[in-house]
Design a protein around this ligand. Structure first.
Ligand SMILES: [Zn+2]
Length: 126
């Protein structure tokens, strides 16, 4: 499954990032996904939760941000969001537009907590 591979790369990125911040643990990770990357958000969330379930990262929360497809007009230079695959410039109606974003797949942010900080209570979620 496409989404499982992506979930694994997100987790790899988190682990790489965590190795740079010893003494902390991740509580939330944000990923940015372009509309054109054709990723099923629910499937990605499901895969992510499945692969972290039996690990030390099982409480990690995944936040998915979808970026719309954007084009830039060659004629007038305007950037605009494409709706319903209509890539015509809304300003001058030119069809000479090029895609500038919408296929992103990247780590947007990672929220970490320090081990032993006051936000970590003694109460277990079990
Ligand atoms: Zn234009």
């Amino acid at each position: 499954m496409h989404e499982l591979g992506i979930a694994n790369s997100v987790l790899d990125a988190v682990r790489t990032e965590m190795s740079l911040h010893p003494g902390t643990y991740p509580c939330k990770v944000g990923v940015r996904i372009g509309e054109m990357a054709a990723i099923d958000q629910e499937a990605l969330r499901f895969c992510f939760e499945a692969i972290i379930l039996d690990t030390d990262l099982k409480s990690l929360e995944l936040e998915i941000e979808v970026c719309p497809r954007r084009h830039r007009c060659q004629a007038c230079g305007r950037d605009f969001v494409v709706h319903d695959y209509d890539s015509r410039c809304p300003q001058c109606a030119s069809l000479e537009t090029t895609c500038i974003s919408g296929d992103e797949l990247e780590l947007a942010y990672l929220e970490v907590e320090e081990y032993g900080s006051s936000t970590v209570g003694a109460k277990s979620s079990q």
